[in-house]
Every structure is written in C-alpha cells, then in structure tokens.
Design a protein around this ligand. Structure first.
Ligand SMILES: [Fe+2]
Length: 147
C-alpha cells in the first residue's frame, strides 16, 4: 500500500487517442519556468478532453506532459494530486520518487505505462533515470477560483 501512488480502473486509451496525445505536442507549450526547458506541458486536443470527461466525474484540466531529462526534487505549485496515464516511460528504469521534508526518500515506483494512476504531488517528489522522452496524459482539478 502506497501513501503516494494508486492505480485506477479507468479504461486504457485506444490507438486513435494515443495519436491525439502526439498531436497535442504541436500545441503551444503551457509551461515556461526559467531553466526547466526539459519539462513541457501542452493542452490536450478535443478528443482527449471528450474522453477524460467521460471517464472522470469531476471538473478537470487535461494536458500532455513531455519530460526529456530527470526532474529535480520539487513540489507542484498548482495541484495536490495528478491523475496520469503514461504513454512512453522515458526508459526502463525511470523511477518516480517521493521524499519527506528533509529530502529523505520514502517511496520510489516504476510506474506502469497504459495504466491510469493517481499520485500525490503536494510533497517533495522527482522523476529520475530518464533516457528518452517521457510522455504522459495528465489530469488535475482546476486551480481554486478557475472553475
Ligand atoms: Fe511534479
């Protein structure tokens, strides 16, 4: 039992939706934060929005994230939970790691691809051992005040 990760039962993406994930990468990158050019986040196309609206019964934002290098330990600034679906892992040994306030490792997971899951991102975490692009669909609650 993990404090940080839970796999979910929502359905897999059909091939045409996987294609929409790659099409989303042509949208404008929504995330520009200083030197973090290896983390990009793109608005999802309409078919992906329609799909996630069917399978998640809460208001949400759906985006495609592309990570090309390991991420440093950080706390997400605008969300507590992320509902993710990995399409390309970025390598065999890519680990999502969760730390306490002193940056001591508490849990690490090689998260399965093509499996919806929820992770807690309101504490210290990172992703390491990336050797190629890591592509995921990511769903989260809208920031408070944006609904
Ligand atoms: Fe994060």
């Amino acid at each position: 039992m993990s404090q940080f990760l839970a796999y979910l039962e929502q359905p897999e993406l059909d091939p045409y939706l996987i294609n929409e994930v790659f099409l989303s990468l042509s949208n404008k990158n929504n995330f520009q934060f200083g030197k973090y050019t290896h983390y990009q986040i793109f608005p999802a196309t309409k078919p992906l929005k329609d799909f996630t609206r069917k399978i998640f019964n809460f208001d949400h934002i759906v985006q495609v994230q592309k990570i090309t290098k390991d991420l440093p330990i950080h706390i997400d600034f605008n969300r507590q939970l992320a509902f993710n679906y990995i399409i390309e892992t970025g390598g065999e040994e890519v680990k999502t790691c969760f730390y306490n306030a002193n940056h001591e490792l508490i849990e690490e997971h090689i998260i399965l691809k093509h499996k919806w899951h929820c992770i807690r991102v309101n504490g210290n975490h990172n992703v390491k051992n990336i050797t190629s692009q890591r592509i995921a669909l990511t769903v989260n609650f809208p920031p408070i005040g944006k609904v």
